[in-house]
Design a protein around this ligand. Structure first.
Ligand SMILES: *[C@@H]1O[C@H](CO)[C@@H](O)[C@H](O)[C@H]1NC(C)=O
Ligand SMILES: *[C@@H]1O[C@H](CO)[C@@H](O)[C@H](O)[C@H]1NC(C)=O
Ligand SMILES: *[C@@H]1O[C@H](CO)[C@@H](O)[C@H](O)[C@H]1NC(C)=O
Ligand SMILES: *[C@@H]1O[C@H](CO)[C@@H](O)[C@H](O)[C@H]1NC(C)=O
Ligand SMILES: *[C@@H]1O[C@H](CO)[C@@H](O)[C@H](O)[C@H]1NC(C)=O
Ligand SMILES: *[C@@H]1O[C@H](CO)[C@@H](O)[C@H](O)[C@H]1NC(C)=O
Ligand SMILES: *[C@@H]1O[C@H](CO)[C@@H](O)[C@H](O)[C@H]1NC(C)=O
Ligand SMILES: *[C@@H]1O[C@H](CO)[C@@H](O)[C@H](O)[C@H]1NC(C)=O
Length: 819
């Protein structure tokens, strides 16, 4: 055998040994796990090893998902004592303590000692739990130590959130300092057990936010849970422990995995793994703002996010300081107008549709009925309110409040009632105002009925003028809501069926988050694009109306024009002008279809910029697109770009420039940080998406799933790096750019980078972008882009297999986040 062959075989041998040694899920005494090696749970769900985040060289021992979402870290051991380089190692000693040490064998992290066992092993379970146990004893109760008892920022199915009443140990969560820094951040989410248990988010020693008390099927203030087949939430109040937990209902390979996370800004999120898109989708997020902040209105006041001002005193209460209250400083809250008189027949006023107040000063009994509860409250002069605990099965349990009622959020979907103690004098008054209310209500009903009659008559008249009866239902709804009528033709559903040959697959030209798009030929031979919103699409009647009324009013050469619409029973259909060249993405990401010549792309970039500028500034309405991406830019026969898909667009009143949504819609890779994380959107979030698009056009690469042999940055990070290292040539696609174009292309890259800067206030408005594109004015230097290291080091190996799993990367996601 030649020496190369020997080498070859010994390499194979070595590889086998390595694979063997890493194919285990346990770590035994006298074994050392060095940086670079990992332990994988039995069925490959999780992996334990050392990792780095962001641009830092700090290394941490942690656990991450392996099978799905490779690299999503769920637990970190030495989060506050990082290793400096890759010479760290972990082992288990004979006292059953896990030890992480550095190159000079100094122990920098250790697990807690509890009891010693004969033959300790550390094992990574498929639940993501790292446990220390006796080799021969796998029973859950006998774990000597488990990582689930020391959570970081992530709650996995099967973990507990609460308190062990015997040992006093708390299972609580603490945020990372930042997305790339696992060290303990400033937010802590822990259970408060002073009164009836509730979950509080703390920053330093101040309460930032509160999850209401558990009311049987959810936490008060949370939306009523719809039957979901993914996970089940449970709350246990037992002698030895009180905790919240959730578990997956069906642990098959295709049921989504879900986790809860406390993000570095103190927001709470439930994420669900989306197998189709291969990414974590936000199922629900609670930010620390507005009425979700703790007690923004002080005691005895309600906070209503849909009201302005958001704070209001309860009936029979007045602001403690009217000056402050009028100056929008509500923190002092409200006081009683008439004081209680415990001996002379206090009573209660019932409130429904609120999140139950802070229970730090409360008392509870899980079995007592409401009647007994009331009399108990009446007997105690310090009791200020009472309610049922469990809302299910007609209600049970008794919860009493003492002291000021704090942090009451209006939540109209919540059917839970609370009874607030009032002096007898106030009760009479509220009865009288009740009579007044009934009067007002009757009057309102009468007036509404009359206007409805008049409207009905008017529509009858109008409808006679229209041909056909189809689609009339929607027409009425639309016209009755729109002051300016939609001057848009209604299409006959049958005609559309005919034009698209009954929505045949041959005519299908696109498929998006909201349904399918078909090519159609009308009777007069005109080509149209028919967007058929799917039944299951989440676009409800509201979005549909939104899209129709918005687009009908928009006329610009860089916006696709709507020719008409139709609704028939479940069907909602939009008819657009037909774009023979389909969408821009195939001309960017499909190498074979790359257009010849930079000038073509330059004019497309320019066209998109002008279309966006029109939306933002020039049209009568201010419109934020919210989902600008390559597949939403269509090309006509002359390759003129036209922006499409306004289903998610939001129109703004005159001077409003920024808004917040609890419903984040958009596409990963194009969403700006403030929008993806905080739900804040503005024209600047569109500018960000535009910047991503520009960089994608120039490089021919997708921002998401971008790969580079030298680093793990995404496209934005790569562009930023090229810019700083003066290597812009590396970024651009040489097949479209001639050397004579370099100067211009560099300039456009710089404009793209300006658009994707991390902070919205740094990004230019579209008007400046159009100016920069069409002039030679000097450009400022861009700052760091947002989301520029989206991915982790290890993810690189995985992205190739990702590609097989998902054929299209940029489905729109719609994360409906109920209040
Ligand atoms: C670990 O190593 C020590 C010293 O080398 C030895 O005495 C002991 O038997 C070993 N333990 C196991 C479980 O292999
Ligand atoms: C990392 O290096 C610094 C000084 O360079 C030292 O103070 C620190 O203890 C080291 N940390 C670890 C975990 O080795
Ligand atoms: C890590 O740092 C220590 C001391 O700074 C050094 O002795 C050791 O060789 C380094 N290890 C690696 C893998 O760089
Ligand atoms: C190991 O950590 C200790 C304490 O943090 C530190 O003093 C020592 O320099 C570190 N050794 C190396 C090789 O980094
Ligand atoms: C170990 O337990 C002690 C007290 O029981 C506690 O103060 C300490 O924080 C624990 N250490 C870790 C790493 O959890
Ligand atoms: C679990 O999922 C499988 C596959 O989707 C399904 O066939 C089965 O009925 C589910 N079981 C339960 C209890 O939902
Ligand atoms: C709760 O109320 C029930 C019914 O009134 C009573 O039997 C029980 O003793 C109470 N429990 C506690 C802990 O007060
Ligand atoms: C009510 O509260 C006051 C002050 O907090 C306290 O002094 C008093 O004893 C309480 N009364 C009852 C009946 O608990």
């Amino acid at each position: 055998m030649t020496s190369t062959a020997v080498n070859f075989f010994s390499t194979i041998l070595l590889l086998c040994i390595l694979i063997n040694s890493s194919a285990t899920d346990v770590l035994r005494i006298n074994q050392t796990l060095r940086d670079g090696h990992t332990i994988v749970s039995q069925h490959g769900e999780f992996e334990l090893g050392f990792f780095t985040r962001g641009s830092s060289t700090n290394r941490y021992l942690g656990i991450w998902f392996k099978k799905i979402s490779y690299g999503t870290v769920v637990w970190v051991a030495n989060r506050d004592t990082p290793l400096n380089n890759t010479s760290g190692m972990v082992r288990i000693d004979n006292k059953a303590i896990l030890l992480v040490s550095n190159a000079s064998n100094t122990i920098i992290w250790s697990s807690n000692y509890s009891t010693s066992v004969n033959n300790p092993v550390a094992q990574l379970l498929d639940t993501g739990n790292l446990v220390v146990r006796d080799e021969k004893d796998g029973g859950q109760e006998n774990f000597v130590w488990q990582s689930f008892d020391y959570p970081g920022d992530t709650m996995l199915p099967g973990m507990k959130f609460g308190k062990n009443l015997v040992t006093g140990q708390q299972w609580y969560y603490s945020s990372w300092k930042s997305v790339d820094d696992p060290s303990t951040g400033s937010f802590i989410h822990r259970m408060d057990t002073h009164g009836y248990p509730q979950l509080l988010v703390w920053k330093d020693s101040k309460i930032q936010a509160r999850t209401g008390p558990w009311v049987g099927n959810r936490f008060s203030g949370d939306p009523v849970p719809k039957a979901n087949r993914i996970f089940l939430s449970e709350f246990f109040i037992e002698q030895r422990e009180i905790y919240y937990a959730f578990h997956l209902l069906n642990r098959s390979s295709i049921t989504p995995v879900t986790r809860l996370m406390l993000d570095p800004n103190g927001g709470r999120q439930r994420l669900i793994w989306n197998y189709q898109n291969q990414e974590w989708t936000t199922y629900r997020t609670i930010q620390v703002n507005d009425c979700d902040r703790y007690a923004p209105c002080g005691p005895y006041a309600t906070c209503d996010p849909n009201n302005s001002p958001k704070c209001a005193c309860l009936r029979g209460f007045k602001p403690r300081s009217s000056e402050k209250w009028e100056a929008a400083d509500w923190t002092d809250g409200c006081v009683r107008t008439n004081s209680l008189d415990c001996d002379n027949g206090d009573g209660f006023v019932k409130y429904t549709g609120v999140k139950l107040p802070d229970t730090q000063q409360s008392w509870y009994n899980l079995t007592m009925g409401l009647k007994e509860c009331k009399s108990l409250c009446l007997k105690d002069c310090n009791c200020t309110a009472y309610s049922n605990i469990n809302v299910e099965n007609g209600g049970s349990g008794c919860l009493l409040w003492f002291g000021g009622l704090m942090d009451i959020k209006v939540d109209t979907e919540d059917a839970q009632s609370i009874y607030v103690r009032m002096p007898a004098s106030d009760l009479d008054e509220s009865k009288r105002s009740g009579v007044r209310r009934i009067l007002i209500i009757s009057l309102t009903i009468a007036l509404t009925a009359m206007s409805a009659l008049i409207l009905f008559y008017l529509f009858k008249k109008r409808k006679l003028k229209r041909k056909g009866k189809f689609c009339s239902h929607l027409a009425e709804r639309l016209s009755s809501n729109e002051d300016e009528n939609l001057e848009l033709p209604l299409f006959d559903f049958r005609k559309i069926v005919k034009a698209t040959t009954n929505f045949s697959n041959d005519n299908k030209i696109g498929e998006g988050g909201f349904g399918s798009v078909y090519k159609g030929t009308l009777e007069d031979g005109q080509l149209v694009a028919v967007k058929r919103l799917s039944d299951s699409s989440r676009q409800g009647i509201d979005e549909f109306k939104n899209e129709v009324s918005l687009i009908a009013k928009l006329q610009h050469r860089n916006l696709v024009s709507l020719l008409g619409y139709c609704i028939e029973e479940q069907e909602r259909i939009l008819v657009y002008e037909y774009m023979p060249n389909n969408s821009l993405d195939s001309f960017i990401f499909d190498e074979k279809r790359r257009l010849a010549g930079w000038q073509r792309y330059y004019s497309i970039i320019n066209g998109v910029a002008r279309g966006l500028l029109y939306l933002h500034q020039d049209s009568k309405l201010r419109i934020i697109h919210r989902d600008l991406k390559a597949s939403n830019v269509l090309l006509d026969q002359d390759m003129n770009p036209k922006i499409s898909d306004f289903g998610m667009a939001r129109s703004f009143g005159g001077s409003q420039t920024e808004a917040n949504t609890t419903r984040v819609v958009g596409t990963y890779g194009y969403m700006s940080p403030e929008y993806a994380i905080d739900g804040l959107f503005s024209t600047k979030s569109d500018v960000y998406s535009f910047g991503v698009l520009v960089l994608e056009i120039l490089s021919g690469k997708r921002n998401r799933c971008f790969e580079h042999p030298d680093h793990n940055l995404n496209l934005l990070g790569h562009a930023w790096r090229c810019f700083n290292e003066d290597k812009l040539k590396e970024l651009m696609d040489e097949t479209i750019v001639k050397p004579t174009d370099h100067h211009e292309v560099f300039r456009v890259i710089q404009i793209g980078l300006l658009c994707v800067q991390e902070y919205p206030e740094d990004r230019p408005e579209m008007s400046s972008v159009v100016l920069m594109l069409n002039s030679k004015i000097a450009l400022p230097n861009p700052k760091k882009p947002g989301f520029f290291t989206e991915r982790r080091r290890n993810e690189r190996d995985y992205s190739s297999s990702k590609r097989i799993l998902s054929s299209s990367y940029d489905y729109s996601i719609t994360a409906i986040v109920p209040r």
